[in-house]
Design a binder for this molecule. Sequence first.
Ligand code: NAP
Length: 452
Amino acid sequence: MSKQLRVAIIGSGPAGIYAGNILHTKHPEVTIDLFDSLPAPYGLIRYGVAPDHPRIKGIVNSLHEMLNAGSIHFFGNVEFGVDLTLADLREHYHAVIFATGAIKDAELNVPGINLDGSFGAADFVSWYDGHPDVPLTWPLTAQKAAVLGNGNVALDVARVLAKHADDMLKTDIPANVYQGLKASPVTDVHVFGRRGPQQIKFTPIELRELGEVENVDIVVYEEDFGDDWFDEDAEGVTNQHRVMARIMDEWRERELTGASRRLHLHFYHSPVEILGADGKVVGIRFERNRPLADGKVEGTGEHRDFDVQAVYRAIGYFGSELPEVPFDDKLGVIRNVAGRVVDQTGNTVAGLYATGWIKRGPVGLIGHTKSDALETIENLLADIDQLVDPVSTESATAELQARGVRFTNWQGWLKLNEHELALGAADSSHVTRERVKVVSREEQVAISNLKD
Ligand code: NAP
């Protein structure tokens, strides 16, 4: 490679870090600066994966090594489009890779969606994961709650709602989250899928663990099954589906234990309206569906009301538009072809790339972002001769300093990391805790910028 390539990556979740690491592995001489709007790195792993999923959170260890090696330079608390514009980045870098993920909730257009007590799963996930931009308190006042959707986010939300707060204490939840969960009066969490038990988008480990939550009974309803409910020969049936079918068959046979909380799984229910009184959720109305061929369903015309005081929609995430970057607002992704950003007419926008959920939409597990990043990086490297040399040969940090942006860096994250681990070690009142997260942005920035 003849050019001394300089690349900026926006977003320090798995997608951005994998892209940086692949680029560095292929071409160690490339300068890679990684920017994030949050003071700490790791995006979805820190702020999207449920705290009681340490196996998935453990991916952080390999991401940490990739950043700790020193070839990818992390800058946190830098908002793209505000602290650094696209024009700024073009002055410093040959290419910009957007890896900003998808953190908004997909919309659900039913009457009552804006009532008090109707929530998007993404916001609740942000709260229990200690995201600095959501309020510290969450109104956990419902005795009965509905969760809409049959994907893993619905399972996370339902499990966290149903789990007894003390069972969350070995995780990294901040104190405000523990206190909120501890005060929750919830007794029943109802999860609703619009299609059948064969069409779930859960994965087996996540489904199985639902049945292992302490002092929570799983309730499934015979009307959703019937003897031959699982069709082995249906298109797309995998071993994962077979395992999940066995799990649900076990639950159908299981006696209730009289646990203090129940988690109900309902199928063939399409949400029609969220019912309210005095501006607050008091129930939810569904239309009962029946199965058709090919995993599709149709409405039966029968309506059913459930008495709940909170509704969480976990019906998929949606990407957010970035200033000056072509966006497909139907799909919620940056317009791109195999990671090369394109404009509305399909022409490539030189020097701009996308990877991860903002490239292909919010589906797939974290590991899938690796192959995604590989494709984007290969295309970037194939374009190298067309990339325009930036006017500057420096990082954009001088601009940030001149603008008074209080950015963090890798050394700062190491300090914050140590601080959170020390908080975990110091909290010996209950159980051993590996970490307690710092929530406030100000506090995170202050700890990161402490002088040695
Ligand atoms: P998802 O897997 O796409 O599931 C979305 C669910 O919402 C589907 O059941 C879908 O039903 C339903 N839905 C969509 N529109 C609806 C509507 N209008 N009314 C009722 N239901 C509706 O999405 P996700 O749960 O947000 O997960 C995103 C990705 O992250 C997935 O790949 C997931 O596996 C991954 N993830 C993994 C974990 C983990 O622990 N391993 C945790 C969280 C997320 P239809 O199928 O009928 O469309």
